[in-house]
Design a protein around this ligand. Structure first.
Ligand code: PEP
Ligand code: MN
Length: 370
């Protein structure tokens, strides 16, 4: 439920409205959306509350059919939000590319890949230290030793580090080493894990579940925000469909659909959707063309011997070639590819090129980053 307040609603009236809602055991989020402040009611408000709110002097209207994800919803903010990960800004005009191996395997592997992806134009290093594998007999990751290697590679190259967290009890450990915590597709509805990453300050990369609707995906993000962490980035990584010609089916329409519903940045993972190296560049380009704010790409120095997801991993050279075309598509739609050093001011849109998505008055301002 959302209560739209009158533009001239006094502070005393606003406080009375909030007191009334909180008095019913509900939480509120006051958004500064446009002229009229919007009060989102978090919890399970009754229809009776809607009637009561209508009678407050400062209330203009009450909407019962507002999204069930008030914090994540586009309506709760004046525009798209920018999430700051170390010195990287996700959600502005520059497209953020995160790249690296599926699993951290050794110091040598990570050294070669991190230098390669940094040279190729990535601004963040990805790598799994705790791997959620379908089979219990598959490589499960290097654990904390892998996190140490990631931190070291991140510090030496300047790349931000993102790695997957698979259990609530690992959150504090992961947050000591990485700049961003990834929640994998298989854990998108692990609600205790979502709350646990929501209770700490590191930004969270939330991947869409293999069988999840967009509403479920948005509600998973709401769990993280409701626990107190506003730094959430959504990642479309393909869903399971009847077609087995790709590992998953990249739901490209999820990008503009999410942009219609949430202020949170959206990125695309072409690697897990494709499952095959040869398809990754096309899906990466499609993601950028559809309006994604970033890409998550698996890259390995020697994919033939990778301990996980070798067939879908780009070689370092393949990554560099892909980045050249990603950069061309970004330019064609008035965007750019983020560079390693943090830009003080985001580059303006290229002249004469309209943005493809409705940005409601331009690209998000990084000074408002969360
Ligand atoms: C990964 O990023 O390596 C991964 C396991 O991805 P997903 O959760 O999307 O399958
Ligand atoms: Mn993988």
């Amino acid at each position: 439920m959302i209560a739209k307040l009158k533009a001239d609603c006094s502070l005393a009236d606003k406080a009375a409205i909030i007191r009334h809602i909180e008095g019913q055991g509900l939480r509120v989020h006051v958004g500064d959306s446009g002229e009229n402040p919007v009060v989102s009611i978090i919890g399970n408000p009754t229809a009776m509350l809607a009637d009561e709110l209508q009678r407050f002097a400062g209330v203009e209207s009450v909407s019962l059919d507002a999204p069930s994800y008030p914090l994540v919803s586009l309506g709760s903010r004046p525009g798209p939000s920018v999430v700051k990960v170390g010195s990287v800004f996700i959600g502005g005009a520059p497209i953020v590319v995160m790249a690296g191996p599926c699993s951290v395997e050794s110091a040598e592997q990570l050294e070669e890949v991190s230098i390669g992806v940094a040279a190729g134009g990535a601004v963040m290093l990805r790598g799994g230290a705790f791997k959620p594998r379908t089979s219990p007999y598959s490589f499960q990751g290097m654990g904390e030793d892998g996190l140490k290697l990631l931190r070291d590679a991140g510090d030496r190259t300047g790349l931000g580090v993102v790695s997957e967290c698979v259990a609530p009890e690992d959150v504090a450990l992961m947050a000591d080493y990485v700049d961003m915590l990834q929640i994998g597709a298989r854990n998108m509805q692990n609600f205790r894990l979502l709350s646990a990453v929501g209770e700490q300050p590191r930004p969270v990369l939330l991947k869409r579940g293999l069988m999840s609707t967009i509403d479920e995906f948005l509600l998973a993000a709401e769990y993280i925000m409701a626990a107190g962490n506003p730094r959430v980035v959504m990642c479309e990584r393909g869903i399971r469909s009847f077609d087995t010609s790709t590992r998953s089916t990249l739901d490209i329409s999820a990008v503009p659909v999410l942009k219609e519903r949430t202020h949170l940045p959206v990125i695309v993972d072409p690697s897990h959707a494709a499952g095959r190296r040869s398809l990754v560049p096309s899906l990466a380009l499609a993601g950028v063309a559809a309006g994604a704010d970033g890409l998550l790409i698996e890259v390995h120095n020697n994919p033939e011997v990778a301990l996980s997801d070798g067939p879908q991993s780009l070689t370092i050279d393949g990554f560099k070639e892909t980045m050249d075309t990603v950069s061309q598509v970004a330019t064609a739609i008035g965007r750019s590819v983020a560079k390693l050093s943090p830009p003080a001011i985001l580059p303006p849109l290229a002249e004469g090129v309209p943005p493809i998505a409705d940005r409601r008055g331009g690209w998000a301002d990084p000074t408002n980053a969360v």
